[in-house]
Design a protein around this ligand. Sequence first.
Ligand SMILES: [Zn+2]
Ligand SMILES: [Zn+2]
Length: 295
Amino acid sequence: MSLQPTSHRIGVHCSIAGGHHKALYLGRDLGCEVVQIFTKNNMQWKGSALTDESVRKFRAARDETGIKTIFAHAGYLINLASNNPENLEKSRISLLDELERCRLLELPFIVLHPGAHLWTGEEEGLERILDSLDWIFHRFEGTTRIALEATAGQGTLLGGKIEHLAMLLNASHHRKRLRICLDTCHLFAAGYDLRTKADIEKYIAEFSQLLPWEKVVCVHLNDSKGPLGGRKDRHALLGQGQIGWECFQVIMGHDAFAEIPLCLETPKGKDNINDLETLRKLKKLRGNSLLKVIE
Ligand SMILES: [Zn+2]
Ligand SMILES: [Zn+2]
């Protein structure tokens, strides 16, 4: 018998050092109800193949820890909008490989930064992402979705505007296989204020005009070291950045976020002390009324 939350499930990004299963045991120790992982080293194009043994251990860890909401974040080298043919091909192959890993690990979606147009223009960049998604989904037969992440819009990175995400989802031949991941730091850095309840309502309304809110399958909870509209992707501990604690307090009590897995990507501190403390604080906001007993 255990107490499980009925809404506003939270967790953190967990390291797969020592094996994918290790992320889940770490998540359990930190009190996670949600765990995000990389499927391989996030700074390399290719990882060593997932063995039957590692898949078996991962599934066993999932059963043992009871953590049901597990998803992936794609590697940082991938750029589906690259205008360099060699780089574009590497990016597509790398993401396809990651999707295969997700299929084996039974992960429902992988979070992906849409891509950077590298000074070729937004329109051209978005078109290349659409072509890349076609290329990938023609080859991938699993059910794992790609969740395009809203970005801070730094440099030539696409995804800093809701319009970019809406264009990709609405124009793709594979829109049913696409979802959205939001990130409070990225949104704020891209110019969407989230400091008060009114700001958050405004963002939800703006988003909902272009895309169904149900497309959002994950929200990264990060405060921002940089200012509103500063286009800096620098995560701060919740309440210690330019966004402030109120935003996270509102999210934890807001119906729009009740069913969406919430995940921290903030500095972990020694022995993950920050993760432990922040999760504890967030859970208190949720209150006991949202817990139900699972036999
Ligand atoms: Zn990300
Ligand atoms: Zn993020």
